[in-house]
Design a protein around this ligand. Structure first.
Ligand code: GLY
Length: 334
């Protein structure tokens, strides 16, 4: 009798133990994607047509990534294509719309990371690459290195087929004139680092998981207005502005120095890994406890397709969708 009882208890433990394990390992959503177009303070009373332009751009960027994932495409392609669109749209501080350095130039940073392989590529200070995110992906896929800077990144670009442009391509005249009026010669000050409508910072990024389980993060930026000679922000520092492992993919936006000092994207991933927290709990820890108010925003997706997006700056251009029909396009959290 005793033996039978023991056997039954063992069977129950094995059965229920397995059910619990498989529930945890099960991928709940086929695919999921989130993107951001910068965090800062964008006032609710900004001109309606400008707000509408941002919302339409976010919606369009989301549609590009969603279409790739919906048709069974790879998360790497979804992240790259989504970010390319944002880089080509001068509303955002990346690619074409990049902000100006203290010398009035445009110097671009980007990073790309595949979480399943822990492989990554990053570039900083490029001036002739139309889509820096594509060059970052090529560093990951076509070089033995992780991070190329400035002239070296341009030489690497020469060895690839990425599209090149005259540096003046990035000088959007309206932005340039505004920079000359408001910022030229003022020096670097993160609280005074943007341009219009109270907007303070900007960067673009995307994170995605696909139906094969690839989990990917990418981020691209012009950095901070009036940044000094050779200044590198958080975006291309793997683990700071961009990080992915086989559990979660993260992209940051905001005050690069603060994001770097907290090794922020990696901190979110490690919080999940070592405390067993879910992606929302890890996001709250990062945004509320680790960083100070008004410093940064983040997007993250975990391997189950759970999405988390938060900022402590007041607003973040953001959008997300998943295979279960969830869709969000927003600027403010409420
Ligand atoms: N977060 C963008 C930068 O600080 O460069």
């Amino acid at each position: 009798m005793y033996k039978v009882k023991t056997l039954i208890i063992a069977l129950i433990i094995v059965l229920f133990g397995n059910i619990e394990t498989s529930a945890q390992d099960k991928k709940i959503k086929e695919w999921a994607i989130a993107l951001h177009g910068g965090a800062g303070y964008y006032p609710k009373d900004a001109p309606a047509e400008r707000t509408q332009a941002y919302m339409e751009a976010l919606d369009e960027a989301l549609a590009i990534g969603t279409e790739i994932l919906e048709s069974g495409g790879n998360a790497m392609d979804a992240v790259e294509a989504t970010i390319q669109y944002l880089e080509n749209n001068e509303l955002f501080n990346a690619g074409r719309g990049a902000v100006f350095t203290a010398e009035g130039k445009n110097e671009l940073d980007a990073a790309f990371m595949h979480g399943n392989t822990l492989n990554a590529g990053a570039i900083t200070g490029v001036t002739t690459v139309k889509n820096p995110i594509s060059l970052a992906r090529k560093v990951m896929e076509e070089s033995n290195h992780v991070f190329f800077a400035s002239e070296g990144a341009e030489i690497f670009a020469d060895q690839t087929n990425v599209e090149r442009v005259d540096p003046l391509y990035f000088r959007v005249e309206e932005k340039y004139e505004r920079w000359k009026r408001n910022n030229a010669g003022q020096g670097y000050n993160h609280n005074d680092s943007e341009t219009e409508n109270g907007w303070k910072m900007g960067t673009v990024g995307a994170v995605a998981v696909d139906s094969e389980g690839n989990i990917v993060a990418g981020t691209s930026t012009g950095g901070m207005t009036n940044k000094k000679f050779g200044r590198v922000g958080d975006v291309p520092i793997i683990g700071s502005g961009t990080y992915a492992n086989d559990l979660v993919a993260v992209s940051a936006t905001g005050w690069g120095e603060r994001i770097m000092l907290n090794v922020s994207a990696h901190a979110l991933a490690m919080h999940m890994q070592f405390t067993g927290s879910n992606v929302d709990e890890a996001m709250n820890y990062l945004v509320d406890d680790l960083l100070n108010p008004r410093e940064a925003g983040f997007i993250a997706v975990d391997k189950y397709g759970n999405i988390s997006m938060r900022t402590n700056t007041g607003s973040m251009f953001q959008a997300a969708a998943d295979s279960e029909g969830f869709k969000k396009v927003a600027i403010w959290e409420d």
